[in-house]
Design a protein around this ligand. Structure first.
Ligand code: NAD
Length: 500
């Protein structure tokens, strides 16, 4: 079986660590290849390559850096089917969803193509008599990225296009569960004309990541993954004086008000809860129904829709499945365990996906769509992130109770309200303690020119990904205050300078 190694200095480099992990096709349960788990020294070699490239790349004009991004965008578009098939083969999500992920990643590349405009900085004339002030946005240096399994193209593309366009060099550590797509993107970057060493890939696990968090040559770390690891990344890298953005897990609630359009709610919820088998950080996993009537009607309609769902391999069926398998056998077992715990904790299991078997793919890691009613705080299926096709219905008496419940949850990534009442929606946007909010939009993922990030334990660090925050994260601001010779005749001034 092939072993995927590292990509350093625009070259494939086999790892000598002697450690590797198996990559599986989750739809069949068959191993497809091995991926190297790099040693600390191999990770240091990738950082050295990025450091060496920094001198040259940071001096390339933003316009020419943008031109590489334009070329890269074209190449990704040309290879979109190949890349999406790779995502489906290793992650399991259906092909059209894999293409959607790629598109959302490409939008960040398009944003990065505008980098000359984004790096213009600020300029004030006459901050004092004859004194001008302006800011420069300079690259941070060598940046590192660590990504999760659930978006092997999009999440790395939240990070490196902006970082590189800002003049940084980069070391990426993809998820060891589905590393091929990120590797292919690195090859396409090289084909687009990116100089050697500007973008490097180290495949591995904690051993490699720990070097990225502690090596003094790394200036910034971007992370996306589960909350315990995000917190560890934030604490460790911050303690080593790096800037960090570490995005963690989620439990996203959708509030359904009595005046919401019932059909719009059902269709939005089906896609948001079961799309990508619930393995999305913006998946809706809890529907908070205001009033029993809303809940009863919704459950009835959801039951009908779930009965019509096609679950199967993400590619190769005459009619595409709505939902594929979960990422690993262990994760599928964990999701089934959550369903067991929901039953034990007293929630009402309306649709049970534990016994689902995909015909012809009996060894795949499938769990069928699952629906619980009468869920609430204190139950593990409510308190914890399941990351599977399990939707929980919570019943509350009022809008105020819904808001109180969401605000009490430890996660604050995304949320949505479905209503026809502008006043409720406006109030919700104002008082909800969540980073990304949808009004009659179930998965409110901000576009590339806005920034993506949650609140509370869904994000550690002040800056979100891509958009204006991405540019701020990957640049150091330097503010220059300049006076030209005539002012020097004035002599020294010993009190705090103020506007005169
Ligand atoms: P994970 O935390 O297990 O792994 C993420 C990355 O961290 C991987 O590259 C992995 O190799 C590395 N890693 C794992 N353990 C480590 C350790 N002990 N030390 C250092 N590095 C380590 O997450 P996952 O299972 O790949 O992804 C799913 C999680 O990601 C979910 O919790 C999901 O909500 C979250 N996620 C969040 C967002 C967001 O925007 N907030 C987006 C996508 C995914």
């Amino acid at each position: 079986m092939k072993t995927l190694g590292n990509y350093i200095n625009c070259e494939a480099v086999a790892s000598q660590s002697g450690r590797s992990a198996v990559v599986y096709n989750p739809a069949t349960g068959e191993p497809s290849m091995n991926v190297s788990l790099s040693s600390a020294d191999e990770t240091r070699a990738a950082i050295a390559s990025a450091e060496e490239a920094l001198q040259g790349w940071s001096k390339v004009s933003p316009l020419n850096r943008a031109r590489v991004m334009f070329k890269f965008k074209t190449l990704v578009e040309e290879h979109a089917d190949e890349l999406a098939a790779m995502i489906t083969a290793e992650h399991g999500k259906v092909f059209s969803d894999a293409k959607g992920e790629l598109t959302r990643g490409l939008e960040v590349v398009e944003f990065a193509c505008g980098i000359p405009h984004l790096l213009k900085g600020e300029h004030s004339l006459n901050v004092g008599r004859g004194v001008d002030s302006y800011s420069k946005m300079q690259p941070v240096g060598v940046c590192a990225g660590v990504s999760p399994f659930n978006f092997p193209a999009m999440v790395p593309m939240w990070m490196f296009p902006v970082a590189i366009a800002c003049g940084n060099t980069f070391v990426m550590k993809p998820s060891e569960k589905d590393p091929s797509t990120t590797y292919r993107l690195a090859e396409l970057l090289a084909e687009a004309g990116l100089p050697k060493g500007v973008f490097n890939i180290v495949n591995g696990d904690k051993e490699a990541v720990d070097v990225l968090l502690t090596d003094e040559r790394v200036g910034a770390v971007s992370f996306v993954g589960s909350t315990p690891i995000a917190e560890y990344i934030y604490q460790t890298a911050s303690a080593h004086s790096k800037r960090v953005q570490a995005l963690g897990g989620a439990k996203n609630h959708m509030v359904v008000m009595p005046d919401a359009d019932p059909e719009q709610v059902v269709h939005s919820l089906m896609g948001a809860a079961y799309g990508s088998a619930g393995e999305r950080c913006m998946a809706i996993s809890v529907a908070v129904c205001v009033g029993d009537e809303v809940a009863d009607n919704l459950i009835k309609r959801l039951g009908e829709e779930i009965a019509g769902m096609r679950v199967g391999p993400g590619i190769g069926l005459p009619e595409e499945a709505h939902m594929g398998p979960l990422i690993t056998k262990e994760h599928a077992a964990k999701v089934r365990g959550y369903i067991d715990s929901g039953v034990e904790d007293g929630a009402k299991l309306v649709v049970d996906g534990r016994e689902f078997v995909a015909q012809g793919n009996e060894n795949g890691y499938f769990v069928g769509p699952t629906l619980f009613d009468q869920v609430g705080p204190g139950m593990r299926i409510y308190d914890e992130e399941i990351f599977g096709p399990v939707l929980c219905i919570v019943r509350v008496d009022s809008y105020a109770d819904a808001v109180k419940m969401i605000n009490a949850h430890e996660y604050g990534n995304g949320t949505a309200i479905f209503t026809r009442d502008g006043d409720s929606a406006r109030q919700f946007c104002e008082e909800i303690q969540v980073g990304m909010v949808g009004v009659n939009v179930p998965i409110p993922v901000p576009m590339a020119f806005h920034s993506f990030g949650g609140w509370k334990r869904s994000l550690f660090g002040p800056l979100h990904m891509h958009g204006p925050d991405g540019v701020r994260f990957y640049t150091k601001m330097k503010t220059i205050t300049a006076r030209w010779p005539t002012g020097l005749r004035a002599g020294a001034e010993f009190s705090m300078p103020t506007m005169k």
